[in-house]
Design a protein around this ligand. Structure first.
Ligand code: ACO
Ligand code: OAA
Length: 371
């Protein structure tokens, strides 16, 4: 037996949800460029869960269901107040809160397709309430109740800030949600599928996936990008800092990808949005620094930016705290995780690969007194 390090190039399952072929990303055969320019996040959720776009009444029904299910149990809100609050990363809070949600779902252990679909709606609805409520409670503010007439994207921004978002903010946030919704067998989606392939429940799958997304080699990179931009501070410092990092063989967060070779097709949408928003905010330096970093890294290492790079300056321009960037990724990717969980249940087999053993050969047990 020989192993592929990091399972590179291994085809581990079949899926009808999203594909990356020749650096083109599609959700159910729809090019991501088309969806990013035209679709609402709710339409994409429907697409991923049903493998077709919704008709008008189906979309209206899903929107209503999501809006109706956004409230979270008071116990979860109270739990947030018991954390040593300044030290808790919002991804850790989210991981715990989603697991806790399962304790209050009477259908948590029901394993039929209808019950699993109902849970998918509830989890997708409640996850943005969890992130926004935690963000407010840790600052000593009261959570803001969702408005049922707002879109998913608008509701998130409204629940976070307590004020009505501007149209351009909703447009940017909706686009970001669409772009992050699914991505074939990335690490967190694979994690979700492995967890539920044991026939464990949906909450276990999402909780496991959140844990996998949190790391800086995956979803956690967007927060690290903003940390790097903040540390660099100004366009004239970019060359010195980035050249030094590259010379020291440090990874530049937001660059590189296991699958894409020519570049991540999602990055250009976020680059355009970053340019637009930083101009409106009169904070063009974040965009200009990002552009200069891209020039240096692609010039020296042939490593294009991934989805995490420009999302950082987009979220910053939406006045979002930097440690909420990865939870926002989770809010969107929950739709993809749920699609993959439902697909896994529909055609399940335990996922259990092998390991190539590289330890010592056969050894004889020696009693502790003789070692
Ligand atoms: C949503 C997402 O998850 S997108 C990815 C988000 N993650 C990041 O942006 C973190 C930075 N990027 C990385 O760490 C990697 O590019 C990954 C994790 C995304 C992909 O990793 P892998 O396919 O395993 O590539 P690996 O880490 O082995 O890198 C291959 C080579 O490119 C270099 N490299 C890869 N990414 C970077 C980077 N961002 N900066 C500098 N060098 C890099 C590696 O150092 C390595 O060089 P070497 O062969 O000289 O040792
Ligand atoms: O596919 C991957 O490996 C990582 C990624 O870009 C994503 O999850 O969006």
């Amino acid at each position: 037996m020989t192993s592929a390090k990091g399972l590179e190039g291994v085809v581990a399952t079949q899926s009808a949800i999203s594909s990356i072929i020749d650096d083109t990303l599609t959700y159910v055969g729809y090019n991501i460029d088309d969806l990013a320019d035209n679709a609402s996040f709710e339409e994409v959720v429907y697409l991923l869960w049903h493998q077709r776009l919704p008709k008008e009444d189906e979309l209206a029904e899903l929107k209503q269901q999501l809006a109706d299910d956004m409230a979270i149990p008071q116990e979860v809100l109270d739990h947030f107040k018991t954390y040593p609050i300044t030290k808790v990363h919002p991804m850790a809070a989210l991981r715990t809160a989603v697991s806790m949600l399962g304790l209050f779902d009477e259908e948590a252990e029901e394993m039929n397709p209808e019950a699993n679909y109902r849970k998918a709606i509830r989890i997708q609805a409640k996850i943005s309430t969890i992130v926004t409520a935690f963000a407010r409670i840790r600052k000593g503010e009261e959570p803001v109740a969702p408005k049922s007439d707002l879109s998913y994207a608008a509701n998130f921004l409204y629940m976070l800030s307590g004020t009505m978002p501007e149209d351009i903010e909703v447009e940017a946030f909706n686009k970001a949600l669409v772009l992050h919704a699914d991505h074939e067998l990335n690490a967190s989606t694979f994690t979700a599928r492995v967890a539920v392939a044991t026939l464990s429940d949906v909450y276990s799958g999402i909780t496991a996936a959140i844990g996998a997304l949190k790391g800086p080699l995956h979803g956690g990179a967007n927060e690290q990008v903003m940390k790097m931009l903040t540390e660099i501070g100004s366009v004239d410092k970019v060359d010195e800092v980035i050249n030094e990092k590259l010379a020291n063989k440090e990874k530049i967060m937001g660059f590189g990808h296991r699958v894409y070779r020519q570049g991540d097709p999602r990055a250009k949408h976020l680059r355009d949005m970053s340019q637009k928003l930083t101009k409106i905010r009169n904070e063009e330096k974040w965009y200009e620094m990002s552009i200069r970093i891209e020039e240096i890294v692609t010039g020296q290492k042939d490593l294009p930016p991934n989805v995490d790079f420009y999302s950082a300056s987009v979220y910053h321009s939406l006045n979002i705290e930097h440690d909420l960037f990865t939870p926002i990724f989770a809010v969107s990717r929950t739709s993809g995780w749920l699609a993959h969980i439902l697909e896994q249940y529909s055609n399940n087999r335990l996922i259990r690969p092998r390991a190539e053993y590289i330890g010592p050969g056969m050894q004889k047990y020696v009693p502790v007194s003789e070692r």
